[in-house]
Design a protein around this ligand. Structure first.
Ligand code: NCD
Length: 316
């Protein structure tokens, strides 16, 4: 449902954590994202950010987040500078993140940063006058992914509230589920966390959900959890965040969504995944009407177009 919303001003605002946004503000961004869809598809053209430059600084690997941000900026008529490989920058010579960000601040109108360290985006925002958008900080948060996840649920289910949502996988290190659990609690959905024992949702995130009035259920029984689910949000095990390879080897392959499991699911269950997928969703699921993850990945473009236009200040 998209409401008529009073105009809000996001110009110059950093997007570091979804916790910095109220439900009203999130709804406003989502309604703005809806308007961007024909532009994101290339069916209509706009140049509201003509003459503006985006710095795209990725200190960690990325496919969708980086490319959808770049596509979004291009679709808005702006330009992109940046890097996807930090070893080709002066970081390699020992330059600090603060100094690298100071440069981006003087070369561009908005900065998107992904970094392996939690808190790096918040730090970057302290050294930049232009808005900084967090594209994922270590095992911390991923607010723009969260907004596109909410947008996907809203489009597919017509509402975010009252859905029964199962978050499956590496809930300990997965930053997308950290942001999403908070945001879904803001909307008062039912939440069930399914994970291997050693990859449970961190206590502080569970506490955040409780403070918003949602008591998440915890289980390792996926067969049972899937029966009542409206949305199954799957994540991969975040191999790169494991301090020791042995620990990773113990949990890899412990869960997998396949057509057999889906026999127990509601007909209108949607399956989401921030991607990349490794083994946790069998490719046979891609052909079922449940599979929403590729559509979800496209939604990154209109949502990031909305965010860029709002923080840089272009009017559609
Ligand atoms: C996620 C990320 O980087 O946190 N991917 C993404 O942004 N679409 C999820 C992941 O890497 O598993």
């Amino acid at each position: 449902m998209f409401f008529f919303l009073i105009k809000m001003n996001f110009k110059g605002k950093d997007i570091i954590s979804i916790k910095d946004f109220s439900k009203k503000e999130i709804n406003y961004i989502l309604s703005h994202s809806k308007k961007m869809v024909p532009y994101a598809k290339g069916e209509r053209c706009t140049d509201i950010l003509k003459g503006k430059v985006l710095s795209s600084f990725f200190f960690e690997p990325s496919t969708r987040t980086r490319l959808s941000f770049e596509s979004a900026m291009n679709r808005l008529g702006g330009r992109v500078i940046g890097f996807a490989d930090p070893t080709a920058t002066s970081q390699k010579k020992g330059e600090s993140l603060a100094d690298t960000i100071r440069m981006a601040d003087s070369y561009s109108d908005v900065i998107v940063v992904r970094h392996p360290q939690e808190g790096a985006a918040r730090l970057a925002a302290e050294f930049a006058d232009v808005p900084v958008l967090n594209a994922g900080d270590g095992a911390g948060r991923h607010p723009t992914q969260c907004l596109l996840d909410l947008f996907t649920i809203l489009i597919e289910k017509k509402k975010i509230e009252k859905n029964n949502i199962v978050l499956l996988g590496d809930l300990k290190y997965g930053r997308t589920v950290h942001s999403l659990a908070y945001a879904l609690s803001l909307f008062g959905t039912e939440l069930t966390f399914v994970s291997p024992e050693n990859l449970k949702m961190p206590k502080e995130i569970v506490q955040e959900c409780r403070e918003l009035g949602v008591e998440p259920k915890h289980t390792s029984n996926l067969e049972k959890a899937i029966k009542d689910a409206d949305v199954l949000y799957v994540t991969r095990i975040q191999r790169e965040r494991f301090p020791d390879a042995e620990e990773y080897n113990r949990v890899v392959g412990t869960y997998r969504v396949d057509n057999d499991l889906l026999k127990q699911a509601k007909e209108n269950l949607i399956i989401m995944h921030p991607l990349p997928r490794i083994t946790e969703i069998h490719p046979e699921v891609d052909k079922t009407p449940h599979a929403l993850y590729f559509k979800q990945a496209f939604n990154g473009v209109p949502v990031r177009m909305a965010l860029l236009s709002l923080v840089v200040g272009g009017k559609l």
